[in-house]
Design a protein around this ligand. Sequence first.
Ligand code: COA
Length: 192
Amino acid sequence: MFLSFLSPLPVLETERLILRPLRMADAKDLFAYAQDPQVSRHVLWHAHTSISHSRQFIREVRRQYRSGFPSSFAIEWKAEKKMIGTIGYMWINPDFHSCEIGYSLSRAYWNRGIMTEALKEVIRYTFETMRINRIEAMYEVDNPASGRVMEKAGMRYEGTLKQRVRNKGHYSDVRMYAILAEEFKSAKEHVS
Ligand SMILES: CC(C)(COP(=O)(O)OP(=O)(O)OC[C@H]1O[C@@H](n2cnc3c(N)ncnc32)[C@H](O)[C@@H]1OP(=O)(O)O)[C@@H](O)C(=O)NCCC(=O)NCCS
């Protein structure tokens, strides 16, 4: 049931999470973790310096929604009804039927399988509702926890790209992971 490339972000639900569009009211929760330099270390944004910085971030994401680009989901922790991270599309290429996913999570919630749960659901949603053939994700080589998330979500390592990004003044090598629609389909058939 392939619908389109750019449909508005839906609300998705997993066992412990709600994935939904970001709201202005998330600014407080976002600032609480996005000010942490350990969270921003391996992503391409800088630690937020004030709540207005977080509001600006949300405004930009919501501007992308309005322009038709699905951008990022807020990750809401059901147990506390609290926004604890984001996961979403860095870009979508309608000609190549491909996209890249990126994510970040509040440090207080690391190592509980939360991002793996979110990534699996976004991969499922992407393949089942968009005409996407290939989903990519990349991480800096000194951020192995992110690589584990990609592996646990069924993505495959494809290679290391030397100095692929310039992050906070340094060139970084990144490892590229991907999953194809046919791989997703056959893994699903294997399970059922
Ligand atoms: C990377 C990140 C998303 C992981 O989220 P998470 O919810 O903690 O991930 P999960 O709990 O699903 O899985 C983490 C895995 O990494 C492993 N891990 C954690 N620290 C590690 C380390 N230093 N070296 C190797 N593996 C590590 C965990 O043991 C776990 O694997 P396991 O289930 O096999 O034990 C989170 O740490 C984060 O948001 N970091 C800051 C932002 C960021 O780096 N985003 C990604 C940019 S590419």
